[in-house]
Unconditional design. Structure first.
Length: 198
């Protein structure tokens, strides 16, 4: 699928969403990962954290309130326009070709945004993640490997993710989580934790 079509889908979603549909709270898995790995840092303002696909900025709000040096990137202009009302360091751009310096971030995370790209752009995004992470920096991602989305989604199996990420690091942990509705599996999530080698 053409990247422009994917961007248009997301811009339409953000243009049609009312304020009441915006997420107010950060994702619990993101909060848990950040605080477990960086919560004890004395000067959090020195910890640079990037969210890929920051959307309305609910996770950025958490990072800001906790004193981290936060950044966000999203290709949906309406979402970034909203974020700019509240946050600095947000960028309307393509995560597969980011303007950040090499070895810049201590942490980069994604909550189900990478998957809304082509397989080729996902590969390019992983290249960018490991280019911009500092040595020893951490990458946290939640993706679906099975779901019922009406949007363009590239479903990646645990094995496929392992293969794609192993080009950059051997420090990878992928946890597969099944979400159920009664007895039926409605989606399968992959939680990825990877570390850039020193």
């Amino acid at each position: 699928m053409n990247k422009k079509i994917i961007i248009n889908q997301w811009e339409e979603i953000y243009n049609n969403a009312s304020i009441s549909h915006k997420n107010k709270y950060p994702h619990t898995d993101i909060v848990s990962f950040i605080m477990k790995n960086f919560g004890n840092v004395e000067d959090r303002s020195k910890v640079r954290i990037l969210e890929l696909g920051c959307g309305w900025g609910n996770n950025l709000s958490f990072l800001q309130n906790e004193g981290f040096n936060y950044y966000g990137i999203d290709f949906a202009k309406p979402a970034i326009d909203h974020c700019r009302s509240f946050f600095s360091n947000v960028l309307c751009g393509d995560m597969s070709c980011m303007p950040y310096e090499d070895d810049y971030f201590e942490c980069i995370f994604d909550r189900m945004s990478i998957q809304h790209n082509t397989k080729e752009d996902i590969e390019l995004t992983f290249n960018e993640v490991f280019r911009t992470l500092k040595p020893g920096g951490k990458f946290f991602s939640i993706t679906t490997s099975k779901a019922n989305y009406n949007l363009y989604t590239t479903y990646l199996s645990k094995e496929r993710l392992q293969l794609m990420l192993s080009k950059h690091t051997n420090q990878i942990k992928i946890i597969e989580v099944l979400k159920r509705d009664m007895e039926k599996v409605i989606s399968k999530l992959n939680i990825v934790i990877a570390k850039k080698p020193y």
